[in-house]
Design a protein around this ligand. Structure first.
Ligand code: HC1
Ligand code: SF4
Length: 570
């Protein structure tokens, strides 16, 4: 242990603790911009500088270890003056047009500049511009980059993808796509983790809100919206609604006020996915007629982009089931249109997703099978949803709990937990158990796959047969798992992989809470909803049962294959 003094308070901390952490122990918050716990502690922004008695130079608190006898001042006159200059220097290299910035009001640079009372920048503005294809789902604005390097660190350390790199030196130091190639040519998975870890507006998702407003205003269009499981755990964050108040019912009410004609739930097709994917797994597992094991889930487009670019040899191991988003799109313009008596040509299907990669997925030719222009016409992130609600001045306090539109807003607890890492596996096992034994397991029988660990594995016995499963979230963990499978260190029957740490709850399209890891808390909300759901088994979803009776026949039928599965070649 080491003893030191910070702002005249005595602190005792274990060796190796940084000054920043030591200060936190006694409730002293040292301002910072680039620091991210366990991910980025390079002291690049120099906002966290503190004065160390007896030292001429100020030191960065995020990466300087506390030492015995140190006497530290976090707000001395020298610290105040230097911190202000450092922020002014960052601002001199930053296009500070806050009124037109997507992060205005949720920007750490804006906050710190305001907090420090910076009203003028006494340096020449030198912000660089970049060329970027703004049709791409992820957009980088070089003029807003503050070179904090968080994007590089998240992409390297958590996702193990190295999409970003540093280029230049001195004041020309900047961040570029590695190899200085267009982003379309990089192996970006579009997980969006660089966006949610950016403290400013240098990285963002493409904004498609105006296109939705256009569709809503078009009398020729019937607008139908689906809401992904994880969106309900976080949408309130973007409009200042607390966890308890931001119910799914209020979300439905907000979307009705925005003007959608039909409001449905992706959970309906998450349950449908379980029927198809679960049946596919069982057929494969019971026949064991090839060596392509394990079977991998296929609902996360970030993971699909990753496996295609990094491990193409595993593409054949993927389930052929489409994601719930695309299954919903396919059903919206076929069965749902027929059931509701709507002209499928007029349906404009929008999904609200916690995800940036879903914006890419809806354009993939192989998952568009209805013969219409597209099955899902447009994808909005949870953040865009919040902006729509704010744009229409819909007041959070006026929202009342409302129900989804008839029939296709019905989902089970099993479909809901898709949004948390382990949820797809747990839902699939609940229904696989039923399909094998003819009776339901206890709903929580497979809960060992829950929790925040990046790589979980378990064995479950169903009728005396062991099923080896693994659940992975985060692409760095996915790479480790695939390498271990390749080297024969591990073997599984069924594996769930989600690109974002914690699964969609921590998705790259979710509201940004700078420095906070929200995935686990949001995931818990889904498990809470599951625990009180009327049904917790996908095969019991009445809308799913009706869909099979009236339209699809049975899982893996010819029509299911045509509409709900995909060829793996792309
Ligand atoms: Fe997901 Fe999924 S769980 S992929 O994270 O399978 O985006 O929430 O909608 O499609 O259901 C996302 C979430 C989502 C799909 C489902
Ligand atoms: Fe999108 Fe979810 Fe995959 Fe992240 S984990 S890329 S949010 S589908």
């Amino acid at each position: 242990m080491v003893k030191l003094t910070i702002n005249d308070q005595k602190v005792t901390v274990p060796e190796g603790t940084t000054i920043m952490q030591a200060a936190r122990e006694v409730g002293i918050e040292i301002p910072h911009l680039c620091y991210l716990k366990d991910i980025n502690d390079i002291g690049a922004c120099r906002v966290c500088i503190v004065e160390l008695e007896g030292m001429e130079k100020l030191v960065t608190a995020c990466n300087t270890p506390a030492e015995e006898g140190m006497v530290i001042y976090t707000n001395s006159p020298r610290v105040r003056a230097t911190r202000k200059i450092n922020v002014q220097l960052i601002l001199s290299d930053h296009d500070g047009k806050c009124a037109t910035c997507v992060r205005s009001g949720n920007c750490s640079l804006q906050t710190i500049a305001n907090d420090l009372g910076i009203l003028e920048i006494p340096y020449e503005l030198i912000a660089e511009r970049n060329r970027w294809d703004k049709r791409f789902p992820m957009i980088r604005e070089a003029s807003k980059c503050i070179k904090c390097m968080r994007c590089i660190q998240v992409c390297d350390k958590i996702q193990d993808m190295q999409v970003w790199n540093v280029s230049g030196s001195g004041f020309r130091t900047t961040v570029e796509v590695s190899g200085n190639i267009p982003i379309q040519e990089a192996d970006c998975s579009l997980c969006g983790q660089c966006i949610t870890h950016c403290p400013v507006g240098a990285l963002r998702a493409r904004d498609d809100v105006d296109k939705v407003f256009e569709a809503l205003a078009d009398p020729e269009k019937i607008t139908m919206v689906q809401i992904a499981p994880a969106v309900r755990t976080a949408w309130g964050e973007g409009i200042g609604l607390g966890k308890e108040e931001s119910t799914t019912g209020k979300l439905v009410s907000a979307l009705r006020q925005v003007g959608f004609d039909y409001i449905f739930d992706t959970v309906y097709t998450a349950d449908l996915t379980i029927m198809e994917e679960g049946s596919e797994f069982l057929e494969k597992f019971q026949n064991k007629n090839d060596n392509k094991w394990p079977m991998f889930t296929s609902c996360c487009p970030g993971w699909l982009r990753f496996v295609r670019s990094q491990y193409p040899e595993f593409v054949e191991y993927l389930s052929t089931a489409k994601s719930p988003q695309q299954m919903f799109g396919a059903m919206s313009k076929t069965y749902i249109a027929r059931k509701l008596g709507l002209d499928p040509e007029k349906i404009f299907c929008v999904s609200i997703m916690p995800c940036v990669s879903k914006k890419f997925e809806c354009d993939v030719r192989q998952v568009n099978d209805t013969g219409m222009e597209k099955d899902v016409d447009l994808v909005l992130t949870t953040r865009e949803l919040s902006r729509m609600i704010r744009a229409d001045r819909i007041k959070a306090e006026d929202l009342k709990d409302e129900t989804f539109d008839e029939m296709f807003g019905q989902g089970t607890g099993a479909g809901l937990i898709f949004g948390a890492s382990g949820g797809v596996m747990e839902a699939a096992l609940r229904s696989a158990y039923y399909l094998i034994t003819g009776k339901n397991s206890k709903p929580d029988a497979f809960k060992r796959v829950r929790g925040p660990k990046g790589w979980k594995s378990s064995v479950f016995e169903i009728e005396g047969v062991p099923v080896h499963v693994a659940v992975v979230s985060g692409l760095g963990n996915a790479r480790k798992l695939l390498e271990s499978i390749k080297s024969g260190q591990v073997s599984y029957d069924f594996v769930e992989i989600m690109a974002c740490p914690g699964g969609c709850a921590g998705g790259g399209g979710q509201p940004i809470q700078d420095g906070a890891d929200m995935a686990a808390d949001r995931g818990k909300i889904l498990y809470g909803l599951d625990s009180v759901a009327d049904s917790r088994f996908s095969h019991e979803n009445p809308a799913v049962q009706m869909t099979y009776e009236e339209y699809l026949g049975k899982p893996l039928s010819k029509r299911s294959h045509e509409l709900l599965h995909t060829s793996l070649e792309q």
